[in-house]
Design a protein around this ligand. Structure first.
Ligand SMILES: [Zn+2]
Length: 362
């Protein structure tokens, strides 16, 4: 296959939207080193470059549970007000540098209580850091809007409390909810109380499903729990044979359910075998509402620019494909419709035109 070449600078300038990216998976390596030193947490190495490489190696075991285990070092530095403020601010600045104009950041407040902060204090502190980051990014001429998703951990029993937090902070930057953690053995329906409450309160949510576990987890997330989007969802391909869609795959495509796909992360956890063969390309071609995401920028050693570049180089994606998944993300973002429309019409579409005018495809 001869893929069109799009240089990295052009890709970086393209306006992007990311729906699936974890705060605790996206810290800067140097920040982890400095914050860990301040709290006396031992790391595998204190050299930022070596630490970055360690993450990608340790997380690339082909197993979701081992992938998740690498988060102990980032979570260790997210237990204090200083750690949360700095990480949230840098999170926004790093998205802006990557050309992201809209991002949804997610994290589990229940994992950030070891330093004595209460659940609402964790959320308030992260919002404060995000606000600082957004103000700085706007002042630098690279505005980025960041909404927050609060995650409940599916192996623990605090998801209803976390849903309460999402409702309480819905007018203070929290735009939705998710459940995260090891998928196998912890089905979404275990948390029906949280999902029923969120639906009653009109708070949208997504659910990690169809990554380590197959079609039943996607079915349960959509039809039992009522998720509006699916985190990953790569295994929906189990319901597609020779391009023919089964009932569940048909529901996902026909109802325009967004799939938050994360190619590099899926390679690391064994949910996909290669970028060239990653289901995101086939699903895009079949008309599913696929979105492109990073999942964990530190742990997976990636950025949105890099994910785009990989799909262009290895899976034959065109700039029109990149625009499609960006618009898809904004169509299904959890912020209000008028804000999403404005981002599409005033930022994304003109941004693609401008980028291509100044640097045409060769
Ligand atoms: Zn995730």
């Amino acid at each position: 296959m001869t893929a069109p070449r799009i240089d990295t600078d052009t890709l970086r300038r393209l306006p992007k939207a990311v729906l699936h990216d974890h705060l605790d998976g996206g810290l800067r390596p140097a920040t982890v080193v400095e914050l860990a030193d301040a709290v006396g947490h031992p790391l595998p190495t204190t050299d930022p470059d070596e630490l970055a490489a360690w993450y990608v190696g340790a997380a690339g075991s082909g197993d979701l549970v081992r992938y998740i285990a690498t988060f102990e070092h980032t979570l260790a530095v997210l237990q204090s007000r200083e750690g949360l403020l700095r990480s949230a601010e840098e999170y926004v600045l790093d998205l802006a540098a990557d050309g992201v104009v809209y991002g949804e950041v997610r994290y589990a407040p229940e994992l950030m209580l070891r330093g004595g902060l209460a659940l609402p204090e964790v959320v308030e502190t992260v919002q404060e850091g995000l606000a600082t980051g957004m103000a700085k990014a706007a002042a630098a001429g690279t505005p980025v809007r960041v909404g927050t998703l609060l995650c409940g951990m599916r192996m623990f029993d605090r998801t209803k409390e976390t849903a309460d937090l999402a409702v309480a902070f819905r007018d203070a930057g929290v735009v939705g909810f998710d459940i995260a953690g090891a998928e196998d053995g912890f089905p979404p329906a275990d948390h029906l109380a949280a999902f029923a409450y969120l639906r009653r309160e009109n708070v949208p949510f997504t659910i990690h499903a169809g990554e380590a576990h197959g079609l039943p987890s996607i079915h349960q997330a959509l039809q039992v729990c009522g998720a509006q989007r699916i985190g990953h969802g790569v295994r929906i391909t189990d319901d597609i044979v020779d391009g023919k869609l089964g009932r569940l795959a048909g529901w996902v495509r026909d109802r325009r359910v967004a799939l938050e796909m994360c190619p590099t992360s899926n390679l690391q956890t064994g949910a996909a075998t290669s970028i060239a063969e990653h289901p995101i390309t086939a699903l895009k071609d079949l008309g599913f509402r696929v979105t492109l995401n990073t999942d964990n920028r530190l742990v997976s050693g990636t950025t949105m620019t890099r994910e785009m570049s990989l799909l262009v180089e290895r899976a034959g994606w065109t700039v029109e494909d990149l625009r499609t998944v960006t618009v898809n993300a904004l169509k299904t973002a959890f912020i209000p419709f008028d804000e999403r429309s404005a981002l599409i019409d005033d930022v994304v579409l003109p941004g693609y035109e401008a980028a291509l005018r100044t640097s045409p495809l060769t």
